[in-house]
Ligand binder design. Sequence first.
Ligand code: OOG
Ligand code: MG
Length: 263
Amino acid sequence: MAHWTEQSIADELYQAEAERRDRRPFTDDWPSLDVETAYRTQARLIQKKTATGQTVTGVKLGLTSLAKQKRMGIASPITGWITDRMQLAEGTPIPMGDLIHPRIEPEIAFVMGRRLEGPDVTAETALSAVESVRAAFEVIDSRYQDFRFQLPDVIADNASSSRFFLGSLSRHPKDLDLAAEECVLRIDDRIVGSATGSAVQGHPAEALAQAVNALAERGIALRPGWIVLTGGLTDAATVNAGERITAEFANLGSLTVVGKSPH
Ligand code: OOG
Ligand code: MG
């Protein structure tokens, strides 16, 4: 039943997000859907978003942790696009009524100071193009039932991107040891996870370098001012209405968000 095309998958994912509806992965019907086709589909999906007034403000890296990569059978991160509409100011409740089944993950974010383009970018070169480092929360929300997907499905779905928050503290990368940077994730004062920056591909700058080199294969460079979400440090935690979720970083400050209550 391979009636799907790049455009019809992009249209369906766009509608599913707008209608807050989850669905079966496309690879169920189209088992030969490959990663390259999935990235072209992702590009069509983001074109639909920019056509309705959203502006691309950066990229997100996904599946950076060894555990997630083993599960998906990959060795380097996937990428998705982030837009201005996805960013929420700290203090804004997570809009539970607009989302399907949100999960949250603490991340280290980079703001690019210089253009960065692969191939052959190393972690060191990558980090030298970063202007500042910020704490972040990414709220992911797969358009697939129970987050069940194959790699091409999640790539087409813009790597489950949904919303994100940046912390207010901005640090220079030279002043930090990002592999050692610790983060504790709490839900209503219960510790639900902890990790250091090394959870992301050994070092978030290594993840950035790998992603930039992969993006270059599709002719994409990172622009000055763009935000990069470098990937979940801990396992993603399910968000429920009324919960208070905090990421406490050793040197990047802490970030607290709440799941919006129904009343
Ligand atoms: C894919 C998105 C993964 C991350 O930081 O690893 C991601 C998913 O797990 O649904 O954003
Ligand atoms: Mg993420």
